[in-house]
Design a protein around this ligand. Sequence first.
Ligand code: C2E
Ligand code: MG
Ligand code: MG
Length: 564
Amino acid sequence: MIESKQIQRPQLVLVVDDHEINRDALGVILEDDYEVIYAENGKEALEQMAAHKTDLSIVLLDLMMPVMTGFEVLEYVRNDEELKRIPIIVLTAEKSAELQSLQLGAVDFITKPFDVTEIILARVSRIIELSEGRQLISAAENDSLTGLYTRNFFFEYANRLYQYRAKGTLDAVVINIEQFHTINALHGRDFGDDVLRIIGDEIRGFLSETEGIASRFEADRFDIFCVRRENYQSVLDRLQRRANNISNNVNIHLRMGVMHGQEGIEPVQLFDRARAACNMVRGDYQNPLMIYDEEMRLRELRNQRLLNDLHTAVLERHFQVYYQPKYDIQCEPPRLASAEALIRWRHPELGMISPGDFIPLFEGNGLIGVVDSFVWNEAARQIARWRDTLHMELPVSVNLSRSDVYDPTLEDRLVALVEENGLNYKSFKLEVTESAYTDNAKRVLDVIRRLREKGFEIEMDDFGSGYSSLNMLSDMPIDVLKMDMKFIRNIETSETDRKLVMLILDIAKYLHVSVVAEGVETEGQLEILRAGKCDLVQGYYFSRPLPPEEFEELIQREIDTERE
Ligand code: C2E
Ligand code: MG
Ligand code: MG
């Protein structure tokens, strides 16, 4: 048998420069590894490209040339379906030209006088390699959608710019679309794609006036690396205005985080901070722009500290579970019906930390499971303890985080807790925040259905803070609706809020779901809710969350009243 070995032809490189000395210099560098052809101006370059459009691997292009400049070549190639697959590296002596070239579609630049041989060779081979994989990458990441760079390319160029430009002159900007997954879920992927495309177009519009490069980094996140400016509000306003015009029915909210370029901070870090800033304003529709600053840096340090201290806190019992009562208000006097377990962190050095400060932090990185397990354990044991000492099995609800719902061992763990402590399933209630339902509705609904079949009662927490609409409720396997505090806050003064609350109560009644009103602080609020036939109330009006010893007194008082 004859062994056929395919001989690899060297890859073909086109060098375009009007100065012979430059062509020669590059030729000397490249000829050992590549087959090199030459052109003296833009016009010749285009002719060569057309002649070799299938086998040309890369073009090294000078910008300033007679007859036809490099810019004109870039412009032409960008609009030519066949030629634009060929990567072009720009040869430049001018610091200001490199960004413009990238905007026109060049993939990289080499500085004149020429960099050392190794750098040029490394860059040429890297770009060929990247561009051969480019179709694969962009197909996989589907960024044909916006035409912006994919993340790999983007960082490649951002790093190059960072090396080449005076340090600290380029800002990192991250843009995100609020609740994009919900927009997709409610209005379809095609609509979601339209939104991304339009935002992408507008970003390109911005970059036609400002020097910079942009990428759709992932899903609904856009990254921009652009020359320093002071005012980003106007940039966000411009994008938001465009977003407002996409649809009359769908509100699209953008948010933006910015990290100003700073000497010694590399693009990856700049974008990490811009992203952190952008995450800080998640859900804040009033102030959707955040510039990373000293305060944020301190907050990040603090967060880091909390992450580091989590393990010790569990071991040394710095966490403590508080209980807040829920009262049945349809009887007179109102009767203690159940409680909610709420975590507190007594940090030995930082003092009392409220869950609002650390729950979102731990939710972001999966550590929340540790905290939740601790609370569930404590709460289950506490119910059993009160049952044994006070002869009353007071139901307690615990909070489930989004990520808990995705944990395949969830059901077994909860069942084990109930069984070990000999509780009724109805005594260990589960609060699932509304936003978990909209994340991945089907998955969540499956999990919840199974838990209900076991006998657990499910309360939908924070109802009204997210996107689920009242008509979705009819399909949801829930037993109790917890109305978000923001509805209650103004019911005494706002006619609209009062009507909204009454509407929710009516619909819940119709669906045979009972309602807990959260955050009830005044007698006036209580009376309105009572008149509206709201079943249960939780709030400072009755009691703040209490440590177990104090809560026990509250149960004792309840027992005493009932005896009377
Ligand atoms: P949530 O589950 O909606 O809990 C109700 C929050 O409202 C509690 O805040 C409670 O102290 C507060 N609250 C109750 N009544 C009133 C009132 O009348 N006025 C006002 N202004 N506030 C009231 P807290 O304890 O700070 O907890 C905040 C959130 O942190 C909880 O909201 C819950 O989402 C989360 N959380 C607390 N403990 C846990 C836990 O063990 N696991 C998980 N995953 N999340 C928890
Ligand atoms: Mg709750
Ligand atoms: Mg709540």
